[in-house]
Design a protein around this ligand. Structure first.
Ligand code: NAP
Ligand code: F7E
Length: 332
């Protein structure tokens, strides 16, 4: 019989790639979708052919109990979150409710109605915030710098607590930034790749960004969802850092992205304080040795390949939009 997986956050970047990955492995997939989700059909794309959509919300424990009780999934992947760090400073309470308490609600629903399930929590390098050591490992103390980071720390400990307190199979994947052509448009990498494509096609003149010196450990999302699955296939539940082990600045991302289309980023990028954060995370770089040794996981895509792949994809998207609108491009 096919294994069943429930994915929260199915309409997000990772939800898409994880569903695709599990489908290829023969899983029956259930995806949690909330009422306020926008463009569901377009975001699910070909997933609609095989994902069973379940309506619910991480802020509503009754819906979670109902779904878990009926579906009895073998594996639960909690990918849903208010995941935008800058936005979390504007909405700290609802961010905590979804990203922090939402995880607790799902764990409790699992304990009460489906305790045999294996549980994956989408923890984040943002928990390291003001980093206490370089590089960051599973043992590095947390010092979150945003309401989002604080909520993720709460969810991390709830996940550990349900493992230790109730003997449930629960894992934290502490994933460093991972990007793709499906990345949300408000995150910096995608904002840059769209900006580059539009500037190249003559649709935009400038790209306004915040802190160009922030450094991140950026990997390719489809490779990261495999690590999530691997964690739930082990004999014992545990927590793992997933990262490339390299760090690059936002400035370097811009440099490579613009150069890929024959442009110099210094002619187009404008640093605008409106995009600075009240408290910044300056440097993240992960050490995924444990994942390499225990899960046999390692990243494949290089930083340059990631940047160029995202720019190429957005060039194609923007050209298609142009064709559909009937406008004439004036490429630079
Ligand atoms: P994403 O694209 O922002 O997707 C977030 C998902 O959560 C969306 O499907 C969203 O649904 C859903 N959601 C938000 N509030 C919800 C609620 N109240 N109830 C049910 N669903 C809700 O995020 P991602 O980049 O795929 O990341 C997946 C997870 O990994 C997130 O938890 C994120 O915090 C975490 N993470 C991401 C990274 C990264 O670099 N991408 C790194 C570490 C950890 P709608 O938008 O349809 O409403
Ligand atoms: O910012 C700087 C910004 O919003 C990266 C989420 O998936 O990864 C993500 O969080 C850096 C920051 O991602 C702009 O100040 C400059 O230093 O792309 P981001 P993030 O904050 O690292 C972690 C691991 C998660 O868990 C989160 O869910 O880029 N930056 N200029 C900018 N950032 C944005 N968004 N927009 C700018 O214009």
């Amino acid at each position: 019989m096919a294994k069943k997986a429930l994915i929260t956050g199915i309409t997000g970047q990772d939800g898409y790639y994880l569903a695709e990955f599990l489908h290829e492995k023969g899983y029956e997939i259930y995806g949690l979708v909330r009422r306020s989700s926008q463009n569901i059909e377009q975001r699910l794309g070909k997933l609609s052919e095989y994902v069973h959509v379940e309506h619910g919300d991480l802020t509503d424990s009754l819906s979670l109990r109902d779904i878990l009780g009926r579906v009895q999934p073998d594996e639960i992947y909690n990918l849903a979150a208010q995941s935008h760090v800058a936005w979390s400073f504007k909405t700290p309470e609802s961010t905590f409710d979804i990203t922090g308490a939402g995880c607790l609600r799902l764990l409790e629903a699992m304990r009460q109605t489906s305790p045999h399930s294996r549980f994956y929590q989408a923890s984040s390098s943002e928990m390291f915030g003001q980093v206490q050591e370089v590089p960051q490992t599973e043992k590095t103390p947390f010092h979150p710098r945003s309401p989002y980071g604080v909520a993720k720390v709460a969810a991390y400990w709830a996940t550990v607590n349900y493992r230790e307190g109730y003997n449930l199979f629960t894992c934290n994947g502490i994933l460093f930034n991972h990007e793709s052509e499906r990345r949300g448009e408000e995150f910096v990498t995608r904002k840059i790749s769209i900006g580059v494509a539009r500037i190249k096609l003559g649709l935009q003149d400038k790209l306004l960004l915040g802190n160009l010196e922030a450094k991140r450990d950026w990997g390719y999302a489809p490779e990261y969802v495999r690590a999530m699955w691997l964690m739930l296939q082990q004999n014992e539940p545990d927590d793992y850092v997933i990262a490339t082990g390299e760090t690059h600045s936002v400035r370097e991302f811009c440099e490579i992205a613009f150069a890929h289309v024959g442009l110099d980023y210094r002619d187009f990028v404008v640093e605008d304080p409106q995009f600075y954060r009240p408290a910044e995370v300056n440097l993240l770089i992960g050490d995924a040795t444990k994942a390499r040794q225990k899960l046999g996981w390692k990243p494949e895509t290089t930083f340059r390949q990631l940047v160029e792949r995202m720019v190429e994809a957005d060039l194609e998207n923007q050209k298609r939009l142009l064709r559909n609108s009937g406008e004439t491009p004036r490429p630079r």
